[in-house]
Structures are given as structure tokens and as C-alpha cells.
Design a protein around this ligand. Structure first.
Ligand code: MLC
Ligand code: AMP
Length: 528
């Protein structure tokens, strides 16, 4: 057997191992290598649909055959905007097998938003819900996409019909660790969304690290109620469970009732903070009903220390909070065995270099000093799709990625995120870039200018709020503004409240003082 030097994605940076050529060299080969018993349950939905690992292999083979028949070649993008289902996850795996680049899209995105993503990514195939198939298909055709297929949540849609007639026997397309596995769009503080290019190594290395760090094993059953078009529900949850050879119980969305019903069958759960806030409102959440759970993980947005404490009091479990980004996968995590400290995001993960620097000079800061968090490691993305200047602007010459998050590291190595250097609102775990919302509001006739801010919200963490400057005597109403945004912006980006003012507050440099607006509206969504 020929041996070659191979940078194992799960090893610490710089460490190499001589591996035989037959060892996994891409994410799907790695996933396949973990399947010890194909009869094992991979995913079960809350309405009782079951997919074993053998089912996953057969269906992903069929779907990969269909993609290739539609002209998909290695490196081609496959854009997918569908509702959550096991078939949708299996379609992601089919893309890996076909060597395609998976491009998941939030199902709240409007056609206006999708036009940009499809135009920018130039996918070979678009997959839509049966409901949206006609409209999205027309848009895709206009943008030169070769084929649009549909996929429903009950095994329906044109893609499944084609898969039924296709061969399950698919010869996986070999990929290298530096080849792209996925592109996930993330909005920017200025201008258009950027496609974060994630390689096979980025995804594999992070999932392997998380399996070890969080002690996932084949005995694990994950309660999965997150969406599967973002890093958290797709990569953190799905890739980790696949590499642990575990099982997932799928719910279409956060539903406290259903989650309490299914929890006795599970060992772990991942959620954004809103999950924990909502479950705490359910009286059935007790030490007894969570006794068999071994781990609750939170991320994507700050978990309030109060929520952490309330959860521990009610269940006896200390939520494990971790910190990540679309561009970097997971960077830090509270420990499995050690102290999980509320208000911190734990330690830099093995293989991840993390530093806090002065945002202006880039000079490294000392223990306890607040600065910009920068990270480097096999988890960090390759760059923004077709945006070399934006990519260059967000990396330091020594390879560190500038996260835009402000934080500190204490003497024990715990990282604490204390703010954001980027103008960003995180609502229920979804990022909303004020600039994008302001641009839409400013285009409304009769609006002078606007400022979009996030203020504390008991359910979503932060509530998107607009302050709109209009000329004296204007008759523009909140309802008018919201009506104009409908169909242009996904619902979660739309302000929960709109206020009108004569002028926005500005500092001496003429910059809008969002801190003043945030202070004025800080109790807007307070409980009670
Ligand atoms: C839904 N709505 C939201 C919203 N989600 N509004 C603001 N923020 C949100 N996050 C709106 C809907 O449009 C609707 O409006 C109303 O709220 C209720 O809709 P719903 O469908 O019933 O909402 P619900 O199912 O309760 O969803 C809330 C949620 C969901 C928080 C459970 O948004 C969610 O699952 N968020 C997870 C996001 C996520 O996975 N983020 C990870 C990104 S990856 P109306 O007006 O019609 O009533 C990442 C990296 C990392 O960040 O570190 O992980
Ligand atoms: P996204 O671009 O959707 O991947 O969002 C990434 C951003 O979410 C990060 O840059 C952080 O600002 C934020 N984030 C993720 N996890 C946490 C966390 N545990 N605490 C605070 N912020 C977080």
C-alpha cells in the first residue's frame, strides 16, 4: 500500500500523519468510514419517518446520480431552499458525493433576496419547495440556471421522483481537503452578502474536534429542532452526529411541546438561546424529565447568564456555551468536564489559535484586556466567493481572521464576548445587518434616513427596531414601512417596531449615534 503524508483534519495544526492512500481524503469518505452498521437509525422525524444509515447511503447515491444527470460537475454549486426534512440533509450528502458545492438558503428569504444569491453563486441546479418551485424556477431560468427541481417534506417533489428512477449505485467523486464543500452566504456591514467558502477540511476538522470535545459517541441521540440551512443546525449538529455515528430526532422547528415529548428518547440537544428561554416556560422541564440527557449546548448568540442559572436550577444541567461563526465554524467551547461558566464561551478549541488584539494596530493584548477576537486554524474558511478584496480585508497577513467580535481572555483561558465591532443585530440566532434594512427603508418615498438597531428582547435576545427620520408633517406610518419591506426582506429581518423622528442623533463627526438610540429604546420589549 502506498503511504503518503496527509494532514489529518482533526489533528492540531502542523501535526501530520502518514496515512495509506485509501484513508478518507474528503468529508463524505470520512463519514462513510464511520458507518459501523448500516442498519442503525440515522434520522427519525417527530411524525415517525425513519431513515437508517443504509437508507441514507442509498438515497444520497440516487440523488447524486440525479445531480450528475442534470449536468452537475465537481465544483458546481447546488442551491437549495427547502423546508427541513431528512431528505434535505441527504441532499447535502449527495452534493458531497457528487463533488458539488452545497449552497443552503434560509427558507425565509424572499425572491428579491434570492435573486442576488443565485446571480452571484451561479449554481448549476436550484432545489426549491414544491410551493415555491414555479416562481423560483422562473427566476433561476432567467438567471441562466440549467435546472430547477423541487423537494417537499414528505418524500415528494420532482427531485424525489427522479431519484426513484435513478441508480443508488453511485461512484463517489473524490475530493481533496482544500476543495470546497459548501458556500454559506452571510450578510455584511456594508453592501451585499458574501458567500463564505468552506472547504472539506474546514467542515471535517471542526466536526472531528467537536466529537472529541463534547464526547459524542454512537450512543448519542440528538434532539434536532434547528433549521438546517445555517452552520449550527447543518454542520455543528449534522456533521458531528454523522462522524460520531449517532442518531438524530428531527423536528421541523422549535416546538416546546414536541421537544418535551421526544426528550426522553434523546441524550443531547443543541439550540440557540431562544430554545432555552422557551423551554424554561414549560412546566414539564424538570430534573426528572432531563435526567437521561447528558449535554445541552447553546450558541449562535449570547446566552444570558440568567438563563444559564435558571436552567441549572430547574434541570441540574449546566448549559455548555460555545462560540462560532459561518466563516469559522466553532472557535471556542466551555469544557465538557471542567467548569462551564455563564457569560463565557469557554476555551479556544484544540487546533484553533485565538488572540485578542487592538482593532486599530492589530497588536496583541494581554489577559483581561478587551479587543478584537481573531482566529486561525483548519476550521477557518477559504475566503469569500469571488470577493478577493473583501477576503484580504478580513485576514491579517499571518493568517488570522478578524471576527468582528470584541472580547477578552481571562487568566484561565476562558473567552468572554463583550460586544461587537460590527454593526450587527442577532435576533433568535439569525444575523440581521442594519445596513441592509436601512437601505430598504431609505428607499421608501418620504423617508429622509433611518437607523436600525437591536435592543434587548426577552424571546429573541435582540429585537430589530427602526428609527426613521421623516420631514415634519409626514403621514408615514409604521404599517406603511412594514408593508414596503414585505416581500423585499425576510420576515426575521423586518423591524418588530418602527419609530419616527425629525432627525437622527449625530456626534460631532456627523455619525449617527446608535448607542443613544439603543439607550432610548432599551426597555421597549421588556417583559410585563
Ligand atoms: C421567526 N421570526 C423571527 C425569528 N424567527 N423574528 C425575529 N427573529 C427570529 N429569529 C418571526 C416570524 O417571521 C414570525 O413573524 C414570528 O417571528 C414567529 O415565527 P415562527 O416561525 O413561529 O418562529 P419560531 O419558530 O418561534 O422561530 C424562532 C426561532 C427560530 C428563534 C426558534 O428563528 C430559529 O430556529 N432560530 C435559529 C437560527 C439559527 O439556527 N441560527 C444559527 C446561525 S449559525 P410573524 O410576524 O409572521 O408572526 C451561527 C454560527 C453559530 O450563528 O455560532 O452557530
Ligand atoms: P453567523 O455569521 O450567523 O455565523 O453569526 C456569527 C456571530 O454570532 C458571531 O460573530 C458572534 O457575534 C455571534 N455568536 C455566535 N455564538 C455566540 C455566543 N455563544 N455568544 C455570543 N455571540 C455569539
Amino acid at each position: 500500500m502506498t503511504a503518503r503524508t496527509w494532514q489529518c483534519p482533526g489533528r492540531l495544526e502542523g501535526e501530520t500523519a502518514a496515512m495509506p492512500a485509501s484513508e478518507p481524503a474528503d468529508l463524505f469518505s470520512l463519514i462513510r468510514s464511520r458507518i459501523a452498521d448500516p442498519a442503525k437509525l440515522f434520522i427519525e422525524t417527530n411524525d415517525g419517518r425513519r431513515f437508517t444509515y443504509a437508507d441514507m447511503l442509498a438515497l444520497s447515491g440516487r440523488l447524486a446520480s440525479v445531480l450528475v444527470a442534470r449536468g452537475v460537475e465537481p465544483g458546481d454549486r447546488v442551491a437549495v431552499q427547502v423546508d427541513k426534512s431528512p431528505e434535505a440533509v441527504i441532499l447535502y450528502l449527495a452534493c458531497l458525493r457528487a463533488g458539488a458545492v452545497y449552497l443552503p438558503l434560509n427558507n425565509a428569504y424572499t425572491l428579491a433576496e434570492l435573486e442576488y444569491f443565485i446571480g452571484d453563486a451561479e449554481p448549476k441546479v436550484v432545489v426549491a419547495t414544491p410551493k415555491a418551485g414555479a416562481d423560483l424556477g422562473a427566476l433561476a431560468a432567467r438567471l441562466g440556471v440549467a435546472a430547477t427541481e423541487t423537494l417537499g417534506t414528505a418524500g415528494d417533489g420532482s427531485l424525489m421522483a427522479a431519484a426513484a428512477a435513478a441508480s443508488a449505485d453511485f461512484a463517489d467523486v473524490a475530493r481533496g481537503w482544500d476543495d470546497l464543500a459548501a458556500i454559506l452566504y452571510t450578510s455584511g456591514t456594508t453592501g451585499r452578502s458574501k458567500g463564505a467558502m468552506l472547504t472539506q477540511r474546514n467542515l471535517a476538522s471542526n466536526a472531528l474536534t467537536l466529537v472529541d470535545y463534547w464526547r459524542f459517541s454512537p450512543a448519542d441521540v440528538l434532539l434536532h429542532a434547528l433549521p438546517i440551512f445555517h452552520t449550527h443546525g447543518l454542520f455543528v449538529a449534522t456533521n458531528t452526529l454523522l462522524l460520531a455515528f449517532g442518531t438524530m430526532l428531527f423536528l421541523p422547528k422549535l416546538d416546546a411541546d414536541e421537544m418535551m415529548r421526544l426528550m426522553p428518547r434523546c441524550t443531547t440537544m443543541m439550540g440557540v438561546p431562544t430554545f432555552y428561554v422557551r423551554l424554561l416556560q414549560d412546566e414539564r422541564l424538570t430534573r426528572a424529565t432531563t435526567a437521561h440527557m447528558r449535554l445541552f449546548i447553546s450558541g449562535s448568540a449570547p446566552l444570558l447568564a440568567d438563563t444559564h442559572r435558571a436552567w441549572q436550577e430547574r434541570t441540574g444541567h449546566a448549559i455548555l456555551e460555545r462560540y462560532g461563526m459561518t466563516e469559522t465554524n466553532m472557535n471556542t467551547s466551555n469544557p465538557y468536564d471542567g467548569e462551564r461558566i455563564a457569560g463565557t464561551v469557554g476555551f479556544a478549541l484544540p487546533g484553533v489559535d485565538l488572540r485578542v488584539v487592538d482593532p486599530e494596530s492589530g497588536k496583541a493584548l494581554g489577559t483581561g484586556e478587551v479587543g478584537m477576537i481573531e482566529v486561525r486554524g483548519p476550521n477557518v474558511f477559504k475566503g469569500y466567493w469571488r470577493m478577493p478584496e473583501k477576503t484580504a480585508a478580513e485576514f491579517r497577513p499571518d493568517g488570522f481572521f478578524i471576527t468582528g467580535d470584541l472580547g477578552t481572555v481571562d487568566a484561565r483561558g476562558y473567552v468572554r464576548i463583550v460586544g461587537r465591532g460590527k454593526d450587527l443585530v442577532i435576533s433568535g440566532g439569525y444575523n440581521v445587518y442594519p445596513k441592509e434594512v436601512e437601505t430598504e427603508i431609505d428607499a421608501i418615498p418620504g423617508v429622509t434616513e433611518s437607523a436600525v438597531i437591536g435592543v434587548p428582547h426577552p424571546d429573541f435576545g435582540e429585537g430589530v427596531t427602526a428609527v426613521v427620520a421623516v420631514p415634519k408633517g409626514s403621514t408615514l406610518t409604521e404599517r406603511d414601512v412594514l408593508a414596503r419591506l414585505d416581500g423585499r426582506l425576510a420576515k426575521f429581518k423586518q423591524p418588530k417596531r418602527v419609530f419616527f423622528v425629525d432627525d437622527l442623533p449625530r456626534n460631532t463627526m456627523g455619525k449617527v449615534q446608535k448607542n443613544v438610540l439603543r439607550e432610548q429604546h432599551k426597555d421597549l420589549y421588556a417583559k410585563g
